[in-house]
Design a protein around this ligand. Structure first.
Ligand code: PXL
Length: 288
């Protein structure tokens, strides 16, 4: 069984971070350890929240893990929120990343043009430390804006602009980049029929290769959708999919999860009902 560890917060209410990553990776047949960075009463998309920082528990946990020789095929990091957590994760990577361990960094910190509540815009430069030396990063356009220090979110962009953003992001030191939530209002030169759709694009710097995956656009964004994407992408990569196949699986899984969520009459954008789409995912990867 492939082994992963995910490092991010536990939001006790609201579906995101560890409460999304663990069930998805488990359903995909991945033996998953969790290393929580903080406990929040609920995710920060709600009006208010309480945070309990777990930084001081990090070293005692990892000391035990080192003593017991635990090792991982993938290290997947999500919401971290503070520079201190980034530094702990850097230490963790130094101690636990083997040559063949995948380091997947989701710079989960912002959406819809702004930082998540409680995260300072300067946190983007802290994330640079973790991105350098990573295998895959998964920013959305807002996160790409903060990482590159330019507003890419409020502008119309073309296919060429996206290619140049991908290259700039890869210069931060990640081998592969997945840019999420791309949507064009007009067809592009080599991308016919994508007008009004939404999708994700990958860039592999070693092969200079770009792939696009678009699907139906739903004009609602759901908290935790990025985590559903990143968790299923980590699972797919560990199961041997190429990055190009993995973004198709994850993009479609997010769409299935959103469709299932919106089937409920009283659904809320604070929760994404990914659980209902797990059978779809397990069938898609051939384990059901
Ligand atoms: O990645 C989403 C996420 C994770 N963790 C916390 C959050 C959010 C999004 O709002 O608030 C605590």
């Amino acid at each position: 069984m492939k082994k992963a560890v995910t490092i991010q917060d536990i939001s006790c209410k609201g579906k995101c971070s560890i409460t999304v990553a663990l069930p998805i990776l488990s359903a995909m047949g991945i033996d998953t350890a969790v290393l929580p960075t903080a406990i929040l009463s609920n995710h920060t998309g709600f009006d208010d929240f309480f945070v309990h920082d777990l930084s001081s528990d990090f070293t005692p946990i990892t000391t035990q893990w080192k003593k017991q020789g635990f090792s991982f095929d993938a290290i997947y990091t999500g919401y971290l929120g503070t520079e201190r957590h980034v530094d702990h994760v850097k230490e963790f990577v130094k101690d636990f990343k083997r040559d063949d361990t995948l380091l997947i960094v989701d710079p989960a910190m912002a959406d819809d043009g702004k930082m998540y509540s409680g995260i300072s815009p300067s946190f983007a430069s802290d994330m640079h430390k973790l991105i350098k030396g990573s295998d895959v990063i998964l920013p959305n356009l807002t996160e790409a804006s903060f990482l590159l220090g330019e507003d890419l979110f409020h502008k119309e962009y073309t296919e060429e602009d996206i290619v140049s953003i991908l290259k700039d992001l890869s210069k931060l030191g990640a081998k592969k980049v997945v840019l999420k939530g791309i949507s064009f209002s007009r067809d592009q030169k080599s991308l016919k029929g994508i007008k009004g759709k939404i999708g994700n694009v990958t860039y592999d710097s070693s092969r200079e290769r770009i792939t696009w995956h678009f699907h139906k656009k739903i004009d609602q964004s759901f908290c935790g959708a990025g985590d559903v994407f990143a968790s299923s992408l980590t699972g797919a990569l560990l199961r041997g999919s190429s990055l190009e196949e993995a973004i198709q699986i994850s993009g479609d899984f997010v769409l299935e999860s959103i469709k299932k969520t919106m089937e409920e009459e009283d659904y809320s954008t604070l929760y994404i009902d990914f659980e209902k789409a797990l059978p779809w995912l397990m069938k898609r990867i051939g384990i059901l």
